[in-house]
Design a protein around this ligand. Structure first.
Ligand code: ATP
Length: 256
């Protein structure tokens, strides 16, 4: 379990996160949602220790990463898999070398073992025979899968994804969402995903945290979200005509 307590973060005296308390549940897909600029990426980066926070605590079970030294942070990083916004693959490395990268940094495996593990992870995300290609030679959806394969290569306990669906068509987005959900349950990871994709909320959001203007406005499950009375959340969720229609249909059904 990951627990944020009273997390505050400012840049140049502008507060971007205000007093965030949140629990990210083990073995579940936890989503952080909110408008562009609401603070989702800053929160995610704070959770993984890429931003130092001004106030508050961040616990991984009983370990507070805000008081850790560099060596302790490095140790905990071995337990984290991260899919950065856009995938962040190394363009000059092949798909195989990209996936092997964390193994080179953190494992004592032989070259043969690293290659086998990387190919196993590529196959797990349904990528076969692409290991010798370069990122420029594969599609956006495939790049996301390579980034996911790289994130799981060290068998992490915690998986973080920043906008994994950005730039993907709706069908490919659903495939990526389902893959992340399957991996979460298969490997019993605590998964935290930043998104403003409403499909993801309804498809895979077991726990949802809504950030509004830097503070926690709402949290709950994706079933509860359909019936929320929270004004800011409603404006965010049901800004599209399609989502409003779905909600109206569901309301009618529950009245029948
Ligand atoms: N390194 C930084 N220096 C200064 N300000 C920053 C920095 N990183 C983020 N911010 C500011 O923090 C606020 C929240 O940004 P953040 O990237 O977390 O938003 P977001 O919710 O992830 O948005 P999006 O959905 O568009 O990615 C924004 O006002 C942004 O300009």
């Amino acid at each position: 379990m990951i627990r944020a307590e009273g997390v505050c973060k400012s840049f140049d005296k502008k507060e971007v996160l205000t007093d965030i308390d949140a629990v990210f549940e083990p073995g579940k897909v936890n989503l952080i949602i909110g408008k562009s600029g609401s603070g989702k990426t800053v929160l995610l980066k704070s959770l993984i220790g890429l931003h130092s926070i001004d106030k508050g605590k961040i616990f991984y079970n009983d370990r507070d990463i805000t008081v850790m030294n560099n060596k302790q942070i490095k140790d905990i990083r071995k337990e984290l898999g991260v899919v950065f916004q856009g995938g962040a693959l190394f363009d000059s490395l092949s798909v195989l070398e990209n996936v092997k990268f964390p193994l080179n940094l953190f494992s004592s495996m032989t070259e043969k073992e690293k290659t086998e593990r990387a190919i196993f992870c590529l196959n797990r995300v349904n990528l076969n025979n692409v290991e010798n290609l370069y990122p420029a030679e594969i599609s956006g959806g495939m790049k996301k899968r390579v980034a996911i394969a790289r994130a799981i290569v060290l068998q992490p306990k915690y998986l973080f994804c920043d906008e994994p669906n950005s730039g993907l068509d709706p069908l490919t987005s659903i495939v990526i969402d389902n893959l992340l959900s399957e991996l979460t349950h298969e490997y019993d990871m605590t998964t935290v995903i930043n998104t403003h994709d409403m499909n993801s909320v309804f498809e895979i959001g077991e726990k949802v945290l809504f950030i509004h203007e830097g503070h926690k406005e709402w949290e709950g499950s994706n079933e509860e979200i359909m019936y929320t009375n929270n004004k800011a959340l409603n404006e965010f969720l049901f800004s599209s005509k399609l989502n409003r229609m779905v909600r109206e249909k569901l309301e009618k059904k529950s009245e029948e």
